[in-house]
Design a protein around this ligand. Structure first.
Ligand code: SF4
Ligand code: SF4
Length: 200
């Protein structure tokens, strides 16, 4: 009997640049993932993720750039490293999340959880300005930049925030005046060095 060869429509995405960036930061260990799910089973915030950690690793390996970058997971990840310590193949999953966040920010597209990168940026800017954290500046700048002021007022959430703020103030945890800028110049140099390092 004559055997007919059937040609199947195979679409192979050969653009490996996305995966290469992750491999560059992590090394080849990621290729040893055998999808045992130990990372996902131990993740404390998996219940609110849209892609579980092992699925994120899988998307990187399968070059599913959009799937990984448009997930809420990369922004919800708390960088606690539980997954990393549980992985039998020593894959630094927490670092994968970090690299994906960086690629997402550099892509210029909007993050699935837009308030998280705004918070990160505001946090770093506060450190850069004062040399350490100043909660009141962080909170007011974050609310202003994330458009959260009107949300807080509309939802009535401001009352809870105010109550919490008073409690923190009375316990000495909320300083009204910004800290002295001791050591701020050295810190700014570190920021500049990091910027230069990124360019090179
Ligand atoms: S624990 Fe490690 S090997 Fe297992 S699925 Fe997660 S990344 Fe892959
Ligand atoms: S580092 Fe992120 S992904 Fe890993 S266990 Fe912690 S929260 Fe989950």
């Amino acid at each position: 009997m004559e055997t007919k060869l059937i040609s199947l429509p195979v679409t192979v995405n050969r653009d490996t640049r996305f995966r290469d960036l992750v491999v560059e930061a992590l090394g080849e260990a990621i290729f040893s993932c055998y999808q045992c799910c130990k990372c996902s089973a131990g993740c404390p915030v998996a219940f609110v993720m849209d892609l579980l950690p092992h699925q994120v690793i899988r998307s990187v390996l399968l070059l599913q750039r959009e799937k990984a970058l448009s997930s809420r997971t990369i922004w919800i990840c708390a960088s606690c490293e539980t997954c990393t310590t549980r992985c039998p193949n020593e894959i630094d999953i927490a670092k994968v999340m970090d690299v994906l966040r960086q690629i997402q920010v550099e892509s210029g597209t909007e993050a699935k959880e837009p308030k998280v990168p705004i918070f990160h940026r505001t946090f770093l800017n506060t450190i850069k300005k004062f040399g350490r954290i100043h909660e009141l500046s962080l909170l007011t700048n974050f609310l202003r930049q994330s458009g959260g002021i009107s949300d807080t007022i509309k939802s009535g959430e401001w009352k809870n925030d105010l109550r919490l703020g008073i409690k923190m103030f009375l316990r000495g945890k909320l300083k009204l005046l910004p800290p002295s800028k001791k050591g701020v110049e050295e810190l700014r140099k570190l920021f500049d060095q990091a910027k230069e390092h990124k360019k090179s």
